[in-house]
Design a protein around this ligand. Structure first.
Ligand SMILES: Nc1ncnc2c1ncn2[C@@H]1O[C@H](COP(=O)(O)OP(=O)(O)OP(=O)(O)O)[C@@H](O)[C@H]1O
Ligand SMILES: [Mg+2]
Length: 410
């Protein structure tokens, strides 16, 4: 028998409560408790059972901490208000949705909010973890870059796919808090968010490697595992502070982890920092790949980004720089760019990827990775980056300019 949908109600004396109660009953939705105030609501959430808290937008003391507390008990908050400005404020607190007070609207919204985007895996779970990781943990490689779409996702997908091999399990995690695009790039068409599914389990303390793998999509010939990202930026509130760290920790138990991050590094202490996920990913990273674009604005952002990254992370994590969309018409050489980068950071290596519209368009149109599509300039250059990342045991050598580069392989 299907489980009944249960809600907590905090109407705060609002007139709509009288009409809502019978409407919920008719819809088969159970009101577990009519709460008197926010502390009562929070205490009731911890007793379990309810999936949604229906809360009058105007009740006092409804803050981000309360909403986060509810989420921690797998209770999503639905705000009831007609006031647009208040609805915006509630969204910033982490309230999943808002509805007007009409009972039919509230019932529909309750159903919407209660729909958990848990990935249903029709196939049996793959064995976990791979033999190659029986003894240790996979490295976490965060792919970051400043604003301006320099190619973070392109690099993250290319590197993850290139690293995946029969004896190396790789999980690509789309952790861009501004909305994920990895699924789109790889032609994963369903709307399920793997990240939201595992974040929910992490909230509940039930996330382990087997559950994580069930939430991944396996793509391509190399068996790359993909944890798809947020469907919309405002869903980032469901990945509470620290949750991504837990997710990446569990993922590293499965294999090598490549994380597609967002661009911002907003103050982590800001109560609702939009970049919390990015900062959590960078903190968990064993290595950071910084992507910049080769045109003037891209290089300026790269330079600023390297400084901001050092300030945000303390500069302890090894950094590689990938300069993307390099083309001769820009008028500067690789050597000049390396010199510029060295003025701002001491990366382990600097790599260049050519502008190759034809190759990326082919990949985007077919939903395949560059590796699967045969030879292209971009594929070869990405393979070089992948080799450098995948061969940490190769001793770094110093070049005349002082930059440490890796000895070419093969
Ligand atoms: N080397 C390249 N040559 C040509 N086009 C490229 C190259 N790298 C990336 N692109 C294109 O640039 C656009 C942005 O790339 P991508 O989505 O990887 O950037 P991003 O940094 O992840 O951006 P976002 O901020 O949207 O997440 C895409 O259309 C991509 O196909
Ligand atoms: Mg991206």
């Amino acid at each position: 028998m299907a489980q009944r949908l249960c809600v907590l109600l905090l109407a705060g004396g609002a007139g709509w409560e009288a009409g809502l109660l019978p409407a919920l009953g008719e819809a088969g939705i159970v009101v577990v408790k009519r709460c008197v105030d926010v502390p009562d609501l929070m205490a009731s959430a911890s007793t379990g059972g309810a999936a949604v808290a229906v809360v009058a937008g105007e009740v006092p003391h409804l803050d981000a901490e309360a909403v986060t507390h509810l989420l921690g008990h797998d209770v999503r908050t639905l705000g009831v208000t007609e006031d647009r400005a208040l609805a915006d404020r509630l969204a910033r607190l982490g309230v999943v949705d808002t509805s007007g007070p009409d009972p039919a609207d509230v019932v529909a919204a309750v159903r919407r909010v209660a729909t958990h985007e848990v990935v249903a895996d029709p196939e049996p779970a793959a064995p976990v973890p791979g033999d190659d990781h029986a003894a240790g943990r996979g490295r976490v490689i965060a792919v970051w870059g400043a604003a301006g779409a320099p190619g973070r996702t392109t690099v993250a997908v290319g590197v993850a796919d290139g690293l995946a091999a029969p004896d190396r399990r790789v999980v690509l995690v789309d952790a861009d808090p501004y909305g994920g695009t990895v699924a789109q790039q790889l032609g994963i068409l369903d709307e399920m968010s793997g990240l939201l599914a595992v974040a929910r389990m992490a909230n509940l303390g039930t996330l382990d490697a087997a559950a994580l793998v069930r939430c991944c999509r396996r793509v391509g010939e190399r068996g790359l595992e993909v944890l798809t990202g947020l469907p919309r930026a405002d869903r980032r509130v469901e990945v509470r502070p620290g949750v991504l760290g837990t997710v990446l920790d569990v993922t590293a138990g499965v294999g090598t982890v490549v994380v597609d991050c967002g661009f911002g590094l907003e103050d982590p202490d800001a109560a609702l920092s939009r970049d919390r996920m990015t900062l959590d990913a960078l903190e968990a990273a064993d290595e950071i790949v910084v992507v910049g674009s080769a045109e003037p604005s891209g290089l300026a952002r790269l330079a600023r980004g390297l400084v901001e990254l050092r300030e945000a992370t303390g500069g302890v994590t090894p950094v590689r720089v990938v300069v993307n969309r390099m083309r001769p018409t820009l008028g500067w050489s690789q050597r000049e760019i390396v010199g510029m980068v060295e003025g701002y950071a001491r990366p382990v290596s600097v790599h260049f990827l050519p502008e190759d519209r034809a190759a990326v368009d082919r990949a985007l149109v077919t939903g395949k990775s560059l590796t699967e599509l045969g030879d292209s300039l971009l594929r070869s250059a990405l393979a070089e980056v992948t080799r450098a990342i995948g061969a940490p045991s190769v001793p770094p050598v110093r070049r005349a300019g002082g930059l440490r580069i890796r000895r070419p392989v093969g």
